[in-house]
Design a protein around this ligand. Structure first.
Ligand code: 8YV
Length: 332
């Protein structure tokens, strides 16, 4: 009998879902692989026909070049800056991600963080827990309103649109900036106006970052950008840490040039810049934007389906539902 394709599952994930891979493949787990250990990742890929990975596994060009059998990588997550897409593309290796299933959950969480920053929820809780609440204080811990304010969305993809949809229920005025302007009917649907990046920064009372990380978005929110924001504004990042210059953000928060921030993602995560940790007016969460149980399960299920399809094993052989490489417009 033909030997079955080998797939590498990089993380424990949900056993009852990952189990579906066993019907088609020899599943290799490397439980002792430290998440960021490049040589262990390369070793795992060297023998693999396919892999199910998370943002913790950086799949670089060296590992890809050294993986002769590799035909498919299913990324658990919508963002895929952990994958060297050009190297995958050059080898015609199929790469997939998990959009859509996490859109609403992540938009919910973006709203939660923005509200927490505006109304100083975690700062107030720390104050109370530290025994610093010595009586009700009329002027204590005053925040900013969401209702009636202007929401700026940088990155108007699926999650950005989910946030815009929620904002209309909060009577917010929505402005957005995106690589490309949305069609007029979509702008109308979300009640969102397109503005240039400078206008977005200058007019937003609350700015939320929901764009993919790339060379083009690296530190796009830097000192110069922060200087254009209102001193009363909040900044929320649920995209990727590298989009924000964290040192500049810490400066803006400590000098009062920005009222508050909320970050779910960090440039060097899981390490958090001590200058951010030292600020009171910041909400910090450990990259949990898509983290509802139902959604994390749906992400794994989609990645498993994608891997089965990409390796040509299932009923939808060859047609994973969310392909990020090879690009559709590569002439095929
Ligand atoms: C995931 C995320 O938890 O989807 C993304 O881009 O950042 C998160 O939802 C992460 O990617 C898991 O690999």
């Amino acid at each position: 009998a033909e030997s079955r394709p080998k797939v590498w599952v990089s993380q424990p994930l949900f056993d009852d879902i990952v189990e579906r891979l066993h019907a088609h493949f020899d599943v290799v787990r490397v439980p002792d692989v430290s998440e960021h250990d490049a040589s262990a990742i390369a070793n795992a890929l060297r023998e693999a026909d396919g892999a199910l990975v998370t943002l913790n596994e950086r799949i670089g060009s060296d590992a890809i070049a050294d993986a002769p059998k590799l035909r498919a990588i299913a990324n658990v997550g919508v963002g895929y800056n952990n994958l060297d897409i050009d190297a995958l593309q050059a080898r015609d290796i199929v790469a997939t991600n998990t959009p859509d299933v996490l859109t609403e959950t992540t938009a919910d969480f973006g709203f939660a963080l923005m509200m927490a920053a505006a109304r100083r929820v975690t700062e107030a809780e720390r104050h109370l827990r530290a025994g610093q609440w010595h009586g009700w204080n009329f002027k204590g811990l005053l925040g900013a309103d969401l209702h009636g304010s202007t929401l700026g969305i940088l990155g108007m993809g699926r999650i950005g649109q989910g946030i815009a949809k929620r904002a209309s229920g909060f009577d917010m005025r929505v402005i957005y900036h995106n690589r490309s302007r949305l069609p007029a009917d979509v702008e109308r649907e979300f009640n969102a106006s397109y503005v240039d990046f400078g206008t977005l920064l200058a007019q937003a009372d609350h700015l939320i970052l929901v764009l993919p990380y790339s060379a083009a978005s690296h530190h796009i929110v830097d000192a110069a950008a922060l200087a254009k924001m209102k001193p009363t504004a909040t900044l929320t990042n649920i995209a990727r840490g590298g989009i924000v210059d964290e040192a500049a953000l810490a400066d803006a928060l400590s000098s009062g040039r920005l009222a508050s921030a909320a970050l779910d993602v960090f440039e060097g995560e899981p390490t958090v810049d001590p200058r951010l940790l030292a600020q009171g007016n910041i909400v910090l969460t450990p990259h949990i934007g898509s983290g509802s149980l139902a959604t994390r399960r749906a992400m794994v299920a989609l990645a498993v389906d994608n891997l089965i399809a990409a390796l040509g094993a299932g009923p939808d052989a060859g047609h994973p539902s969310s392909v990020i490489a090879p690009a559709a417009d590569d002439g095929k």
